[in-house]
Design a protein around this ligand. Sequence first.
Ligand code: ACO
Length: 310
Amino acid sequence: MAGIVVKGLGYAHGRRSVSNEDMARTVDTSDRWIREKTGIRSRYFAEDRTNTDMACDAAEKAIASAGISREEIRWLIVCTFTPDDRTPSTACAAAGSLGLRQDVLALDINGACSGFIYGCELAGGLLHSRDGKGYALVIGSEKISPRMDMKDRSTCVLFGDGAGAAVLAWDESAVFRFRGGCVPDRDVLYCDQKQGLIHMNGQEVYRFAVSRVPAEIRALMEENSLSEEDVDWYVLHQANERIIDSAVRRLGKPEKKFFKNLYHYGNTSAASIPIALSEMEEKGLLRGRKRILAVGFGAGLTYGSMYIEV
Ligand code: ACO
């Protein structure tokens, strides 16, 4: 055994809550269509808060909940496809605002909605490379609202802005497992070069997700001989309630073990899984040591799953 564990969690979201009715005032849609097709009821738009602002708010909470000194953080990985600037990275900007040590290794990675899972796998390798000393801070943070084509009703109703952060530590008694990869496709989900706006073939992504997500869960569990009793919670990328429900049906697993909070956030891409974990902690669902199986999928197309203890 030996692997990473989550020591602390925190989250933040955009300033303004935007309901489906609010969206229907600017684009030809309805609360009913959005709820029936996705489960989403509202989302947050960051407005004047930057991606870095939200990342730092989430990180401050995660550091406080871990009860560590920020001096002990050796790695900062920000998972995002919507950085404030091409360079410097969100991670460098956040390292400055958070007052992390100067020799912190700070970098952004873009794994889209699988970003946080990729980030945890990377952090595990980095912690292991230094004999498990110190902590890694992994943040999923997205300001997607400026990247949404507000005239395209098939995408603009889906996304929201937010950030989730986790302080990770190496633990000799922990079990951490990862699977993941990518199925390259430039056309199904991308930001255009001219304006940087999101374009998506929703049905293609949907088909990818409903087959890949249950396949990943099955494979991760089989490869590591995990039984149903070994998993306390399934935390899937919060893109669409129908995708989560489809995984429950296909796998025949207990629905109550699948956490959902997409109703109030929409799809926050790399932030969705750490926000979900943080909310679960806030609600007291992670008391004691809980074993989580998390799955992400998104642009790339990327996918990733991890088994991690919180
Ligand atoms: N309001 C009302 N009507 C709409 C809207 C809307 N917001 N959007 C589309 N429609 C209409 C379409 O025009 C179409 O009308 P028509 O039949 O007259 O042509 C009808 O609704 C059906 O549209 P579809 O696109 O076929 O709807 P679908 O059932 O596929 O649902 C959805 C669309 C919700 C986007 C679904 O495909 C989906 O969830 N896909 C997965 C998206 C996802 O999970 N992305 C995650 C990755 S994100 C990342 O990596 C950054």
